[in-house]
Design a protein around this ligand. Structure first.
Ligand SMILES: C[S@@+](CC[C@H](N)C(=O)[O-])C[C@H]1O[C@@H](n2cnc3c(N)ncnc32)[C@H](O)[C@@H]1O
Length: 267
């Protein structure tokens, strides 16, 4: 497991991932559903936040969800059990060295993981190996360059920029969404289609103000506080003002915009 994995494996991050998945499920998953009897691989399932929706949307398929972190898999197992879901099994595995025969799965699903991997094309090739011919891969990623908000202050933009810089310093790619097409094409997937999924939030959408701006986005920025200050990217005073200002986008006169990307390719 990477010790420097940018979001970390804290309790707070586990809660953030579940909040994020719940809030974004209608936007990202309304069209993710697999036929009865399909064998599905979910790669990098984390604490099972997406697994929940996958399993509910495709209740008659068999899902194998893997992750490199055992504590995350334990949390995922409890979450799925608590919902009474029976069509998922969890397994510890590294995406780069998958313990499955060639062409085992009908479909592969991977969400918010490629951005953390040092060699995303190699990861896609590894996933392609275990996918059957004619099977599909679904990849979902954010792109932190696609974010803007109102009101916009210099400090809020600096705090946001810290998230991007901290991820870059850890060899992650905070601008992954815009690269999905070239990466999937480079890995040899066919019929690649990328669909931008826009989140626009204002106070007419209170569930997104709370679930997206506060619990997903600001929680994610707050998560890099120590790394950002420690690396000298920002001073404490600017950071605190930046976070306070970011919260203003969640007030009645604030607005927030972010773009996710959902890509599908066929082997
Ligand atoms: C941001 S989390 C996303 C989790 C989940 N897909 C979601 O959307 O909530 C990234 C996950 O990828 C996992 N991961 C990172 N590198 C991995 C690798 N090489 N093999 C398997 N899992 C990996 C991490 O352990 C972490 O659980």
């Amino acid at each position: 497991m990477r010790e420097d994995y940018v979001h970390g494996y804290s309790e707070k991050e586990a809660i953030r991932l579940v909040d994020q998945a719940k809030t974004l499920a209608p936007l990202l998953h309304h069209d993710t559903s697999y036929p009865e009897g399909s064998m599905i691989l979910e790669a990098g399932c984390g604490v099972g936040a997406q697994t929940l929706t996958l399993a509910k949307n495709s209740s008659k398929s068999e899902i194998t969800s893997v992750d490199i972190s055992e504590p995350s898999l334990n949390q995922a197992t409890s979450l799925i059990k608590s919902e009474g879901i029976k069509n998922v099994k969890f397994q510890i595995a590294d995406i780069m060295e998958l313990p499955f025969e060639d062409e085992t799965f009908d479909h592969v699903f991977i969400c918010f993981v490629l951005e953390h991997l040092p060699d995303p094309v190699e990861a896609l090739l590894s996933l392609k190996r275990v996918l059957k011919k004619g099977g599909s891969i679904t990849v979902i990623e954010g792109d932190h360059g696609s974010c803007y908000f109102y009101p916009e202050t210099e400090e809020a933009v600096k705090a946001w920029q810290c998230l991007i810089e901290v991820q870059k310093n850890l060899d992650c790619n905070p601008l992954m969404g815009r690269e999905l097409y070239p990466l999937l094409a480079q890995a040899g997937f066919k019929k690649v289609q990328i669909d931008p999924r826009i989140v626009y939030v204002d106070s007419t959408k209170p569930e997104l103000v709370d679930g997206f701006i506060k619990k997903t986005i600001i929680a994610m920025v707050e998560g890099v506080k120590e790394q950002a200050i420690g690396a000298g990217l920002i001073d404490l005073k600017t950071w605190e003002k930046g976070i306070k200002d970011l919260h203003k986008s969640a007030e009645p006169s604030g607005t927030f915009f972010y773009n996710f990307f959902k890509g599908i390719g066929i082997k």
